[in-house]
Design a protein around this ligand. Structure first.
Ligand code: NAD
Ligand code: DAU
Length: 367
């Protein structure tokens, strides 16, 4: 299989899309996007770790174009079976251990899933697609969904670009950097038609409340403390999750083999400002009563070790090539997000009590 490195807008549309990690925050948005915006068939391949929530896919569970398989990307047999049975012509690889703080307390799981799991998938794609007649190669794509954290920390100035050198800080970002290198190596060495995307911080409905935005929303609703690491001056570039899903699908359909595309929200905020915006929205939409405005709950706590100071994306090359740009502003997206959590107390309750996990085990244990 030889990978082409020139744009190919005439290439056939993918028809069968294997989404790994499709029960996670971004993966579930990806699955919903594919089913709503395209005619493809979707196989969601997900191990259902703590971060998965099939409640996020209830709206598509009965769609005849959607299937779910519980499987682990580290499992050579399970991945091979998924390729043999589903015969995907496109892989959107999102399965990962995704939380930086967890990578500081348990880094090995990150190496196993993010590095080894990616290698297993690449090898399965290579073997499966290598058996196809050459005419069918043109439609195939392996899109690796990665993070801007691989580039390390910015100072007060500058933005990440596709050619920014890698300088990861945490076990999470190092494991994602390793997986990016593997993906490119399978492209260069074996001609696998790969595309890498690196994206900034996502936020939106259905995000597991270990990440900053949902943690602050849920704690604020419960009148719990709002832990801000260090001085709260670290900066992130926030992108609404549906904008990311649309970007990944555009990269899969229109992206050049071997290319890297950066996605960002053009919405840099320091963490303290984000937390204050959330407090203000909660106060407006769910007035706090006698205890007073929720900003009183903010607590400055010990900083995250190796805490990257600033991330910012220069997405101009992606916009120029793929005509992609974010549709949601941070102000409107954050309001939508807070409102979604207010409107979905059963979802919050299922996550808080762990009922979402019991429900998944009862419904999917046999697969
Ligand atoms: P998430 O933690 O919400 O979901 C991860 C999903 O992967 C879960 O459904 C989990 O069950 C599944 N998974 C984990 N280990 C697995 C394994 N061994 N085999 C099969 N499935 C497994 O993650 P997310 O925030 O939705 O991130 C998705 C992807 O996007 C990740 O690759 C992440 O690195 C990348 N990314 C995330 C962000 C962000 O802000 N969240 C930004 C840029 C890139
Ligand atoms: O940049 C993309 C990355 O964004 C993704 O690759 C990761 O998967 C995703 O988790 C996210 O990483 P961050 O570490 O930036 O996200 P998190 O929500 O954990 O933290 C955002 C910022 O808020 C960060 O500077 C740490 C800070 N923080 C976080 C938490 C959970 C706090 O101050 N307090 C908190 O309680």
């Amino acid at each position: 299989m030889a990978g082409s490195h020139s744009p190919d807008s005439s290439r056939p549309e993918p028809r069968r899309v294997l989404v790994t990690g499709g029960a996670g925050f971004i993966g579930s948005a990806m699955v919903r996007h594919l089913l709503a915006e395209s005619r493809v068939e979707v196989l969601n391949f997900d191990a259902l770790t703590y971060a998965a929530n099939l409640l996020s896919l209830e709206s598509v569970a009965d769609d005849p174009r959607y299937r779910f398989v519980r499987g682990d990307v580290r499992d050579v047999g399970a991945v091979g079976a998924a390729f043999a049975e589903f015969k995907p012509d496109c892989v959107l690889h999102l399965a990962a251990e995704s939380h930086v703080d967890r990578s500081l307390t348990g880094p090995l799981a990150f190496v196993e899933t993010n590095v080894v799991g990616t290698a297993v998938l690449l090898q399965a794609a290579r073997e499966h697609w290598g058996r196809l007649p050459p005419a069918q190669h043109a439609a195939c794509r392996f899109v690796h969904v990665s993070t801007d954290e691989v580039f390390g920390s910015l100072g007060a100035e500058g933005k990440f670009r596709p050619d920014t050198p890698y300088e990861p800080s945490s076990p999470y970002s190092a494991s994602k950097a390793g997986s990016d290198h593997l993906v490119r190596a399978w492209g260069r060495s074996f001609g696998l038609p790969v595309v890498v995307t690196n994206c900034s911080n996502n936020y939106g409905p259905r995000q597991f409340p270990e990440k900053l935005v949902p943690l602050m929303i849920l704690n604020g609703l419960e009148d719990k403390e709002l832990p801000v690491y260090g001085s709260g001056g670290n900066v992130r570039d926030w992108l609404f999750v549906d904008d990311h899903a649309r970007g990944v699908w555009t990269a899969a359909r229109r992206g050049r083999v071997g290319a890297t595309y950066l996605f960002g929200g053009g919405a840099e905020r320091d963490n303290l400002s984000v937390v204050r915006e959330i407090c203000a929205l909660l106060d407006e939409l769910r007035p706090p009563g006698a205890s007073g405005p929720r900003e009183r709950l903010i607590r400055f706590v010990a900083d995250r070790p190796g805490h990257d100071f600033r991330y910012a994306i220069d997405a101009s090359a992606t916009t120029a090539e793929l005509d992609w740009r974010p549709r949601e502003s941070f102000t409107s997206g954050l309001r939508r997000t807070v409102q979604w959590y207010l409107d979905h107390e059963p979802w919050i309750e299922a996550v808080r009590t762990g009922a979402y996990r019991r429900w998944m085990e009862e419904n999917y244990a046999w697969r």
